[in-house]
Design a protein around this ligand. Sequence first.
Ligand code: 2AM
Length: 174
Amino acid sequence: MRLFVALPLDEAGIRDLVRYRQKLERLGVRGNFTRPENLHITLAFLGEQPEWKTAAEALDTVEAVPGLLRLDRLDSFGKGGILGICPTEDTPVRTLAADVEKALRTAGFSLEKRRFRAHVTLCRELKAPQGCVLPPPPAVEVPVEEIVLFLSHRPKGQLTYTPLWRKKPGASEP
Ligand code: 2AM
């Protein structure tokens, strides 16, 4: 099973990003847009694992300091024409991602040493008409609060992120 740890977006954040996508599409921008229910900020990528409970136990030791992360700028990166929305000030999520990484490594997971870049992937394989200037994104506030362990899979061929376990500050839920 392919696992990753992420911060989910709340309804308002998802709604704002769906509107922004519609704005881009009206300008003729095309690509593989992330489905609304799949929008998230990855904290750690575990890759293929035989089961998820060991990771959940490790994540249970992480205490998120509740706060808000403001996503307010576009970034494009990677070879696949990825368009992301990122925070200018990423301290709260950077600290949380470091704590998640530490807890997972302590539990014996070997994680890729990839530079952490807080972002929500909006689109892959982005194709914008020539000369098109992308409009400024909405400022989206993401609660730095709930850590979710997701399963990435493809039921009926559709990329789906299913929450397996989640933790809010001061509580855990199987
Ligand atoms: P991305 O949005 O930048 O592509 C599920 O696949 C999530 O895990 C996605 O958010 C994806 O990030 C991230 N992910 C996929 N492969 C990864 C890797 N090798 N290292 C870190 N994150 C990865």
